[in-house]
Write a protein that binds this ligand. Structure first.
Ligand code: GLU
Length: 285
């Protein structure tokens, strides 16, 4: 590789960071350093109802406490809505997006199995609405989310995910490819009702815009990579290398989560933990 590798840590400010985030950030930093690269920090705050300024401040404070640093400026996804809008428009112009008016309960009632995250698999109800029907519903003030026409998107051909060995240096590095299977997601939502984008769309647009060459993140996002490589193909964006790490689990072998009240890094700090102890406990010293 001729140019410097660029990695990123991309938390969402919807709660306080916990040990799972610390692991992901330290893993990304170690992988970037091993390859002589840089780790960017990106604040993924598209969820305007859940994001809070104190959680953004908490991210900076916790990561600095752990001894991490990153170049400025830090990108905030909430300032990037026009770029996501442009990407959605590109897909819309090619007839690859369609508006969907279904509520969650309507989808659950008619779902046909589940997607890789266990959510009801969209049965395609709104896929066949005519232009007139769509126009009437929009004119009546109904709000739509926009879904990808997966079967048409797949004509892009079989797709590969480039995978790399995180933590190895340039000489030890080996890279390989695995097959992506975006079809198992069905017609995913790319533009939500409550915010003018989605995780999948914004992450792909920003990884490309920031020149990210290596993506490291938890196994819980591994299946999402199938959609990401498909979107990169459809939008003509470069595809980075990916590595998905193990998750830190609690006593019940469940992944840590803000909503379940897993202990945050600031709780641990208040309870007297040092950053060195956190790093050691996670295997970074
Ligand atoms: N913002 C996502 C999260 O906090 C991570 C996105 C990614 O690394 O692709 O789970």
């Amino acid at each position: 590789m001729t140019s410097q590798p660029i990695f990123r840590f991309a938390p969402s400010p919807n709660g306080w960071l916990h040990l799972g985030h610390a692991y992901s950030a330290l893993y990304t930093d170690r992988a970037a350093k091993a390859m002589g690269g840089t780790m960017l920090l990106r604040i993924e705050d598209i969820d305007t109802a859940r994001r809070k300024p104190e959680f953004v401040a908490g991210i900076f404070e916790d990561l600095q406490w752990l001894g991490l640093s990153w170049p400025q400026p830090v990108w905030f996804q909430s300032q990037r809505f026009p770029a996501y809008g442009e990407a959605a428009e590109k897909l819309r112009k090619r007839g690859l997006l369609y508006p969907c008016f279904c509520s969650r309960s309507e989808i659950s009632a008619r779902a046909n199995g589940t997607d890789p995250e266990g959510a009801p698999f969209y049965p395609g109800t709104c896929r066949h609405l005519t232009k007139e029907q769509v126009g009437q519903r929009l004119a009546a003030g109904e709000r739509a989310q926009w879904r990808l026409r997966m079967d048409e998107a797949l004509v892009a051909g079989p797709m590969k995910i480039h995978v790399f060995a995180a933590g190895m240096n340039e000489k030890q590095q080996h890279e390989w490819q695995i097959a992506a299977n975006p079809a198992r997601w069905g017609d995913v939502v790319l533009v939500r009702k409550d915010t003018p984008t989605s995780y999948h769309l914004s992450v792909v647009v920003d990884d490309a815009a920031q020149g990210v060459t290596h993506v490291t993140r938890g196994m819980d996002l591994e299946a999402a990579t199938d959609i990401h490589v498909l979107l990169q193909e459809l939008l003509g964006l470069p595809s980075p290398f990916y590595a998905h790490h193990d998750l830190i689990l609690d006593e019940e072998r469940q992944k840590l989560s803000k909503s379940k009240g897993s202990q945050s890094l600031r709780d641990l700090r208040a309870a007297g933990w040092t950053a060195g102890e956190v790093r050691r406990r996670l295997g970074f010293e």
